[in-house]
Design a protein around this ligand. Structure first.
Ligand SMILES: Cc1cc2nc3c(=O)[nH]c(=O)nc-3n(C[C@H](O)[C@H](O)[C@H](O)COP(=O)(O)OP(=O)(O)OC[C@H]3O[C@@H](n4cnc5c(N)ncnc54)[C@H](O)[C@@H]3O)c2cc1C
Length: 308
């Protein structure tokens, strides 16, 4: 992994740095680039704008690593409120939700996370949309895949996320490439040790392409989450090779990143889903976005040191 990226991800866990960043005035401007806002109304407003531009959406109520049952409960209620609001706005057919199990109690008790995620799935089913379980650091992968399997027993449309930086992921793709399976493939955003993850970016990309082939050759619905200008045309070419028509797979990108590319792909007839985070707990999310792009970080640090 790029040393700057490891450094930023390590610094993200430091309490002093967290306080400085979370309270600095400049943070707000940078946050606004990547986060829709703090309220359900903000999330609905951004979703409306993206849907009107021909895109689809997956919404993430920000929060992670909850060790407080009351906070996990609050997260479930926020998703229920959001799903009702999507229905009321007539947006539920174009927008689903992404859920981090660690935000609904996974660190406290896997069964609590299962029950809470089940309540969000039930709410999604009521309004006619779907849920995807985000994937977090490698210590949670097995637990998340267990919860996914349980949920899919009742709601077969629950989506999984697999990360190509993990050495295990190609095999996980084989297991999850069956009919009805929705799988988001991304590179992975956490600082992981070399025993479990490829340290070299080129190996992560090669793994991504192997996984693209496995998922496209399968009978499921793959969701390719990447902004990488080298990988997008490769996905396109492999989809054609495997006889996949637009609509039998989708592209996904993050809110605020390569918006013109999102619109270009949608104009070609592809389903493009934008991952839209919102809520007050934006810190961990912002740090992972900065870690991915040294240019953003330099800009952010310069602004931070000149204005605080
Ligand atoms: C829809 C979606 C859902 C995701 N869900 C998860 C998840 O559940 N778990 C998880 O671990 N990770 C998740 N990720 C994050 C993912 O793992 C990567 O960390 C992130 O997408 C960056 O990887 P990349 O494929 O874009 O390639 P990179 O190698 O990071 O970037 C390739 C190129 O993309 C462009 N680019 C990338 N980032 C930026 C940026 N911040 N600003 C401007 N340009 C940029 C640049 O041109 C860059 O050279 C998700 C990503 C997306 C798009």
């Amino acid at each position: 992994m790029n040393p700057l990226r490891s450094l930023i991800l390590a610094a993200a866990g430091n309490d002093v740095i967290r306080r400085v960043v979370a309270t600095a005035p400049v943070s707000r401007d940078v946050v606004r680039r990547f986060v829709a806002g703090e309220t359900t109304a903000d999330a609905i407003g951004v979703t409306r704008r993206l849907v009107d531009a021909g895109l689809t959406v997956t919404l993430d109520y920000l929060g992670e690593d909850t060790t407080d049952e009351a906070l996990a409960e609050q997260t479930v209620r926020a998703y229920e409120e959001l799903l009702d609001a999507l229905e009321a706005a007539g947006l539920a057919s174009r927008a689903e939700v992404s859920v981090k199990l660690s935000a609904v109690g996974q660190l406290l008790d896997e069964n609590l996370a299962l029950r809470n995620a089940g309540r969000i799935c039930a709410a999604a089913e009521r309004v006619g949309t779907t849920v995807t379980l985000d994937m977090e650091d490698h210590t949670t992968t097995d637990s998340t895949l267990r919860v996914l399997a349980e949920l899919r027993g009742t709601w077969p449309w629950v989506g999984a996320v697999l990360q190509s930086y993990l050495r295990r992921t190609e095999e996980d793709c084989v297991r999850l490439a069956g009919a009805g399976s929705r799988v988001r493939l991304c590179k992975g955003a956490y600082a992981e040790p070399a025993e479990v993850a490829f340290p070299d970016a080129l190996d992560v990309d090669r793994s991504y392409v192997r996984c693209v082939n496995v998922l496209l050759a399968g009978d499921g619905y793959p969701m390719f989450a990447t902004h990488d200008p080298r990988l997008v045309p490769i996905v396109d070419a492999r989809a054609e090779f495997h006889g996949r028509k637009p609509g039998s797979f989708e592209y996904q990108m993050l809110y605020g990143i390569r918006p013109e590319e999102q619109r270009r792909l949608a104009a070609l007839g592809h389903t493009v889903r934008v991952y839209v985070p919102y809520g007050v707990q934006w810190y961990g999310y912002l740090m992972r976005r900065l870690a991915e792009r040294p240019a953003n970080t330099a800009f952010f640090l310069r602004a931070l040191t000149s204005r605080t």
